[in-house]
Design a protein around this ligand. Structure first.
Ligand code: ZN
Length: 391
């Protein structure tokens, strides 16, 4: 990598200060923007936070995934929390978060939620003006859903300009482009608010979409600018608070670390409203489990200093299989499972058994609790298990 580029990437982490929100205005553009007038969002931080050359970018991201194995989660990954600094600082931790996604899954919509670092505004801004472009290509916005959301909640607006120069959503997208093997649409939501009540209202609006068909990517860095040892402690404290799945515990932890008067600490989590919005969606759901995946801070990078760092946690939100309430595949998942079965030419018998399993046998459904089927091997395994049960 060229020296100037490294310099630019290195300076990117210092830009990760968080914007404060003083003016709870929420101006709204006209509700219907004709699709012929779409204005695609061009990359704002390519060449700074990550390489602007697609080959370099791909090589860099693939390098992060080197020797990573697929996670073994007993359920669905519903969301990840991923950092958003320059890739030379936080790319490895981000890759560990994205490794929790199922690369072969056809996600209906990928929601990306972050907090504004550059503009001050109330509520949240949903990008509905066009698609997102990165050096790896164009990612379509789920325009219909994005517009529906912005129209139906007073705290969400259409204003596209808030996202124009913001890095925290953009830096997540090349990872999605590299990891997901099937086409996907995104809904990028940038929060300007620092009001927990508004986070709760937005969470309530988004909660119907918090389902296994979709995935939520929450863009968040953690402590800003303490020395290395303080960052490790504070970042772990906030990660532990998130893992409780109690939004109030998280708010208290964020406030507590600021009360400690740690030298040079500007925030415990620059995007706490985005994390809080996620936590209001998962609050008190006994099937939800937060998992801590990875941690580093900028002091771990060869470009970072140890006396002034930014912290990066990767977390995953897993929905555990419901052992008591019976089989819980959604309709799109049933359809996908059937289409996988139909594509296995040599095993019509398997298709029949899977149909029975899906639609007729409550007893088998409660025994197996399978939440997702990936490939032929797994279908064969189920076949073998069902056969032995039927004998
Ligand atoms: Zn940040």
């Amino acid at each position: 990598m060229q020296r100037t580029k490294v310099k630019l990437l290195a300076s990117a982490v210092l830009l990760s200060t968080f914007a404060t929100c003083n003016t709870p205005t929420n101006p709204t553009l006209p509700m219907s923007i004709p699709d012929t007038n779409l204005v695609d969002r061009k990359p704002a931080v390519a060449g700074q936070f990550y390489p602007d050359n697609p080959i370099e970018l791909r090589t860099m991201i693939r390098g992060f995934f080197n020797q990573m194995t697929a996670p073994e989660n007993p359920g669905f990954t519903m969301a990840i929390i991923s950092p958003h600094a320059g890739y030379v600082f936080s790319g490895e931790v981000a890759a560990k978060a994205f490794n929790q996604l199922d690369p072969q899954k056809q996600y209906s919509t990928v929601f990306i939620i972050g907090s504004s670092h550059r503009a001050s505004f109330g509520g949240g801004s949903v990008y509905t003006a066009g698609n997102y472009i990165t050096p790896l290509g164009t990612v379509p916005i789920d325009l219909e859903l994005a517009r529906t959301l912005a129209m139906s909640n007073k705290d969400l607006s259409f204003d596209p300009h808030y996202q124009r120069n913001e890095h925290s959503l953009e830096v997540q997208i090349p990872f999605l482009q590299e990891v997901l093997k099937k086409p996907f649409k995104i809904v990028p939501i940038l929060l300007g608010t620092q009001d927990p009540g508004i986070c709760k209202s937005i969470a309530k609006r988004l909660k119907p979409y918090f389902s296994p068909e979709n995935i939520f990517v929450i863009s968040a860095d953690f402590s800003h600018y303490p020395k290395y040892e303080d960052a490790v402690r504070i970042d772990r404290m906030l990660a532990d608070a998130i893992i409780t799945n109690n939004p109030e515990t998280f708010i208290e932890a964020e406030q507590e670390c600021m009360r400690e008067s740690v030298s040079n600490l500007a925030t415990g989590c620059c995007s706490w409203p985005a994390v809080l919005t996620l936590m209001y969606m998962t609050d008190k759901d006994p099937l939800i489990e937060y998992k801590h995946i990875a941690y580093q801070n900028s002091g771990d990078s060869k470009y970072g200093e140890k006396d002034r760092v930014v912290g990066y946690n990767a977390l995953a939100v897993i929905r555990k299989p419901n052992q008591e309430m019976g089989f819980d595949l959604t309709d799109p998942e049933k359809k996908e499972l059937l289409s996988i079965a139909k594509n296995i030419e040599e095993s019509n018998a398997i298709c029949v058994i899977i149909k029975i399993w899906l639609f007729y046998s409550d007893q088998l459904k409660s025994v197996y609790q399978r939440t997702y089927i990936y490939d032929k091997k797994e279908i064969c395994l189920i076949f073998a298990e069902l056969s032995s049960l039927c004998l």
